[in-house]
Design a protein around this ligand. Sequence first.
Ligand SMILES: NC(=O)c1ccc[n+]([C@@H]2O[C@H](COP(=O)([O-])OP(=O)(O)OC[C@H]3O[C@@H](n4cnc5c(N)ncnc54)[C@H](OP(=O)(O)O)[C@@H]3O)[C@@H](O)[C@H]2O)c1
Length: 248
Amino acid sequence: MSPRRDRPVALITGAGRRVGAVTARTLHAAGYDLALHYRHSADDARALADELERQRGGSTLLLQAELAELPALPALIEQLLAYYGRLDALVNNASAFFPTPLGTATPQQWNALFASNAQAPFFLSQAAIPALREARGGIVNMIDIYAERPLAEHAVYCMAKAALAAMTRSLALELGPEIRVNGVAPGAVLWPSDSKPYADQQAMLARTPLQHAGTPDDVAGAVLWLLRDARYVTGQIIRVDGGRTLSV
Ligand SMILES: NC(=O)c1ccc[n+]([C@@H]2O[C@H](COP(=O)([O-])OP(=O)(O)OC[C@H]3O[C@@H](n4cnc5c(N)ncnc54)[C@H](OP(=O)(O)O)[C@@H]3O)[C@@H](O)[C@H]2O)c1
């Protein structure tokens, strides 16, 4: 293991693009050095690392992995510790999201959705426990309001995120007092590229008390708060959904 750094270190999965990349910028600006995990988005992840390195040299480490390969996950933590010598925060952000209409869902789809949304967060967290304990650190799991209120034709995704919500509470129970474990449940923040039609999006936002979509910065701010500031909070899942869960 390399000598322990002065700055806190965070590992973010799926950090190359979208919400993961914004969370990376937010934590980096708050003083965290980063391990940026990516799977296919190598160009985006490298560009992000270059951007952050220009701001603070030696502050990023790129880690490539298919998170469905569960036996390989402890090696990611080992690589990180070999480079940084400490781990203070794990953000389980990577996620597969696609429909599985009843009557068509396959075991392969089940495995893909559960691998990134539930199994990898569990096994990565498990591998990170000793380092997080030493750092008195934290885990934040990116969940979804659909873990509570199902999205039609997405039963397997909703079930996988519900497993991640259950994991958040179980780990919080078992890992205190040294490690806090919390979750963020976004509502509409960034639409997927094959998202629902614009009119449907607007109708859904009109039913949301704050009447607009959130931004990745809204989500990243909640992650930072849970990791850095919420010293007496564990086992909680913060909805960042503009109040959408309140409306029918
Ligand atoms: N966007 C929203 O409005 C919204 C709403 C509710 C919840 N959320 C949650 O917030 C988090 C971030 O959302 P997002 O929309 O930014 O996510 P996203 O773009 O759908 O996915 C983030 C990254 O996950 C990685 N990933 C997926 N499957 C993987 C696997 N098997 N192994 C390794 N990496 C894998 C991909 O990395 P590569 O590109 O490198 O392959 C992808 O870029 C997710 O957990 C999501 O469920 C988002």
